[in-house]
Design a protein. Structure first.
Length: 173
């Protein structure tokens, strides 16, 4: 088994360029289709960009709740994999995820989650190449702390606003 990887998020460094979304959609969809990207950048408040993707929680609530076992965990990468033939588009995985990360694909309406590009994430390559380093790969084993990153983008943006703007950040939210 190769080393497990995880995508680190440094929210303060995200500029909202959305290169990650384009790289992901090119890899998975063969064309630029940000709405189908497995990583999504949200701007809940002006000037606060939040990259949003699967955190590979240690307890995988999305996998456990799937009534048809369409979701599984890749042993090599720890990514959640979706069997699109089994998926019934019920959305239970979305509700079970603490960050509401999975979404129903705009093309086939099936659950869609970051699969870490089979261990070589395209999104991180373009972010690091552009020297933003808002998302990048680290080699680490599964741990409970990953779930801390599985949060709704609005929650992240609220914390980010206070971090960046201090007391004035509370007024933004």
């Amino acid at each position: 088994m190769s080393e497990q990887i995880w995508i680190v998020r440094d929210y303060v460094k995200c500029t909202g360029c959305r290169r990650c979304e384009l790289a992901c959609s090119m890899h998975h969809e063969d064309w630029m289709w940000p709405e189908a990207s497995r990583i999504r950048v949200f701007m809940p408040f002006p000037g606060l960009e939040v990259p949003h993707l699967c955190a590979q929680c240690d307890d995988y609530p999305c996998v456990k709740i799937c009534p048809v076992e369409a979701l599984s965990v890749d042993e090599k990468t720890t990514a959640v994999l979706v069997d699109r033939d089994k998926c019934i588009s019920c959305g239970k995985c979305i509700s079970a995820c603490p960050g509401n990360v999975p979404f129903l694909h705009p093309g086939d309406n099936k659950a869609t989650i970051c699969d870490l590009c089979e261990g070589d994430p395209e999104c991180t390559k373009v972010c690091v190449e552009a020297k933003y380093n808002a998302i990048y790969v680290v080699k680490e084993k599964q741990n409970v702390n990953r779930k801390l990153f599985s949060r709704h983008p609005v929650e992240v943006a609220k914390d980010l606003a206070v971090n960046l703007f201090g007391e004035k950040g509370e007024k933004v939210i």
